[in-house]
Ligand binder design. Structure first.
Ligand SMILES: Nc1nc2c(ncn2[C@@H]2O[C@H](COP(=O)(O)OP(=O)(O)OP(=O)(O)O)[C@@H](O)[C@H]2O)c(=O)[nH]1
Ligand SMILES: [K+]
Ligand SMILES: [Mg+2]
Length: 403
């Protein structure tokens, strides 16, 4: 029996099984079985050169956004509209057969927008033939490499599409608009399983955790639940290959639906309504907000900062502390910095003396003040050593050395 058939069989068994206290453990085990099979499904076939590497589009700019959706929802039309790069659009499905990159210039930053082939229902289980099947793994790889997914939906089509597509993406390990579960998990070679919690658990218990670990043939591990997590959360943590990505649901073609429908769709969580036949400026603003980019302007001593060329940091990618900023500017700057002067919303007064761990905010201005260069054998050398006795005395006070 193939993997897909086995998944179907277990799903059928789960559907037959009544949910109650007595079947809880059995259902948990079945969930783990499905998760394992799905992971197998994602692995490239033996002997292939990896496959599913995406479409080999080089990353460009300060962030990457992928357009994901069913065929003919208007992904290509949107790319052409937002980036000026032409991507063929037509009224038939699968017009786009590869990944088309474009660049959005917004708020002095450059964002790479990727147009992709459509995904169909059942894609995660290998539905579709030939090239179509290949697309799916490539589209998924691109989605996983992105900072934000724009799930494009046709406002005139069934509202169920949003759930169907979300399920497809979940099945291949993408988690949209979720943060990783607060569970610490570490496999060990020996020592058995140590199980701890710092929060009351109502949706999973120790015994069920052991059963799931048993299903994975894990007999030694450290497990610490820091929140009231679910069975699915625990399986996600064990699998360890989940990708947590922000997603905005973009309802396109609102020019062909009634105002009541538009109003209802606009109220869905994480959603925005647009029409490529009108203008979509709100989408750009929304996209930019979701990406959480932090523009930092570097200010040389006694000069104005260059407000045209920000250094762009991101909390999701690399972080946005003073230290992260220094690393962007020059690799030795962290070592050479004495302190930073910061102007902006991240500080209480202007300018504020800040250390490496200070968190910068969008549009902050930063001046890095460097340490004095040490004069070899001169006063500088003496100074850096002259506090040694004081340092040792200080340590003596805190923890006296044995006599
Ligand atoms: N009425 C209306 N039609 C639109 C809108 N946006 C796109 N279309 C039309 O929808 C059709 C499909 O558009 P595409 O941009 O090719 O859609 P796609 O999602 O890229 O399709 P595939 O590449 O085949 O997956 C085209 O005929 C577009 O002109 C819109 O906002 N309103
Ligand atoms: K199309
Ligand atoms: Mg297209």
């Amino acid at each position: 029996m193939g993997i897909v058939e086995r998944i179907k069989e277990i799903e059928a068994e789960m559907a037959r099984t009544q949910k109650n206290k007595a079947t809880e453990y059995h259902l948990g085990q079945l969930k783990a079985k499905i998760a394992k099979l799905r992971t197998q499904l994602l692995e490239p076939p033996k002997g292939s050169s990896g496959g599913g590497d995406g479409f080999e589009v080089t990353k460009y700019g300060h962030g990457r956004v992928a357009l994901i959706g069913f065929p003919s929802v208007g992904k290509s039309t949107l790319l052409t509209m937002l980036t000026g790069t032409h991507s063929e659009a037509a009224s038939y499905e699968f017009t786009t057969l590869t990944c088309i990159p474009g660049v959005i210039h917004y708020n002095d930053t450059k964002i790479q927008l990727l147009d992709l082939p459509g995904i169909i229902e059942g894609a995660s289980e290998g539905k579709g033939r030939g090239r179509l099947k290949l697309f799916v793994s490539q589209v998924i790889a691109v989605a996983k490499s992105s900072d934000l997914v724009l799930m494009v939906l046709d406002a005139s089509k069934s509202e169920g599409h949003r759930q169907i597509l979300t399920k497809e993406l979940e099945a291949v390990g993408l988690r949209l608009n979720k943060r990783p579960p607060q569970i610490y998990f570490k496999k060990k070679k020996t020592g058995g399983i140590s199980f701890n919690t710092t929060a009351p658990l109502t949706r999973i218990d120790e015994k069920l955790c052991y059963q799931i670990l048993h299903e994975y043939k894990i007999h030694s591990a450290e497990v610490l639940f820091r929140e009231d997590a679910t069975v699915d959360d625990f399986i996600d943590v064990i699998e360890g290959n989940r990708k947590y990505i922000k997603c905005v649901y973009v309802y396109n073609k609102i020019d062909v639906v009634g105002i009541d429908d538009v109003d209802r769709l606009a109220r869905q969580p994480n959603s925005i309504v647009i029409s490529c036949n009108l203008k979509a400026n709100r989408l750009l603003a929304r996209m930019w907000d979701e990406m959480g980019l932090v523009r930092v302007y570097s200010k040389p001593q006694s000069q104005q900062p260059d407000f045209d060329e920000p250094f762009v940091l991101s909390a999701d990618r690399g972080g946005c502390t003073v230290e992260d900023f220094c690393k962007h500017v020059h690799r030795t700057l962290v070592k050479d910095m004495k302190y930073a002067l910061v102007w902006g919303t991240s500080t209480r007064h202007y300018p504020q003396h800040c250390g490496l761990s200070h968190h910068l905010e969008d549009e902050d201005v930063v001046q890095i003040v460097k340490k004095k260069v040490r004069e070899e054998g001169g006063r500088g050398w003496f100074k850096s050593h002259s506090n040694a006795p004081a340092r040792i005395a200080d340590r003596e006070k805190k923890a006296p050395l044995k006599q």
